[in-house]
Design a protein around this ligand. Sequence first.
Ligand SMILES: *Cc1c(COP(=O)(O)O)cnc(C)c1O
Length: 410
Amino acid sequence: MKRPPLNRRLAEFGTTIFAEMSALAVSTGSVNLGQGFPDTDGPDRIAEAAVRAIRDGRGNQYPPGPGVPELRTAVTDHQRERYGLAYDPDTEVLVTAGATEAIAAALLGLVEPGDEVIALEPYYDSYAACVAMAGGTRVPVTLRPRGGRFVLDLDELRDAVTDRTRLILLNTPHNPTGTVLTREELAAIAALAVERDLLVVTDEVYEHIVFDDSEHIPIATFPGMRERTVTISSAGKTFSFTGWKVGWATGAQGLVTAVRTAKQYLTYVSAGPFQYAIAEALRLPDAYFDGFRADLQRKRDLLADGLRAAGFQVYQPQGTYFITTDVTPFGEKDAYAFCRALPERCGVVAIPNSVFYDDPDAGRSQVRFTFCKKNDVLQEAASRLRRLTRTGPTAASSDMPGTPRDREAD
Ligand SMILES: *Cc1c(COP(=O)(O)O)cnc(C)c1O
């Protein structure tokens, strides 16, 4: 073969870290707090709605390209009622195969080869690959811990903008740091986008998972932003159906048309029956959303306490279902090596944040744990992690208790 099979645009992207660490969890019988998927399914009545749609023959054949009208209307009602954002359900919303496809289609539809795309670092792993597939250049702006929270340096963001910057790719609540951008931060980003005539693509899949006094504010609500923002969300995280892959993008007509043009040739349409079920889910009473958030906040506290007791430095998240920690208190400097050894040391799997950075030093010692798991799984993980301080890095794994693997949904 003259050339390696993988093209140059994707050469730097291997297997995702989640595949590697989940395989390690299986082979070692570890508690998997790596990949962020719940081990409890979403509401029964929503699952029943999907079954009913299939039985009633709704969505079993190619649904309309932009999505079924019921879901498009449910999405625009959700944006209006919760945030005061008005979109036309016929032209300003697009249903996608999860937020992942919306991100890919937005970048493929909006970015010209050579354009620069600013993304908050550490970034969700698909961002870098999608920017590369679109022929763009990614320009990371690093979130740094300050006062126990990961903070965006607005001067750094301003300095990152050049004449070639096409868009800012935002994510709030932010995976993996758990940061929720504040009103002040968002106002500053919005003002910069208006001043420099930039587009914003914002990934808000954790919009309903915010804790304590934090508030999720879509950047599209700021002055001058409606016409330059593509807002992306999905049902996976909000309704604990990550396997259904129902996502959506909202924005001004021209922007959504650009996203739709790319989406047409990726999947053409997204799974029909699930769209009807998620249309119902978006109309669940507030009690569902409040209860879901309160439950996750208790899980956050349970795991955060366990991690602190085990000796980790914990960055308390304001949103998402992840906790970022620092492993320097264990005398460790390299998160990747730490995560590779963790299953053998104590039977727990986590994700090294270092793989979500371009700047290898910035996140070198950060490790992410998810808490979207049953309480007994979190408790078991916490008790296993406590052995780290007691026994140190040379601990044998022979005394590892039986695997909790069968408790985990897959
Ligand atoms: C999980 C996740 C996604 C993917 O959402 P899907 O709807 O499953 O495609 C996108 N962005 C972030 C930040 C996520 O954590």
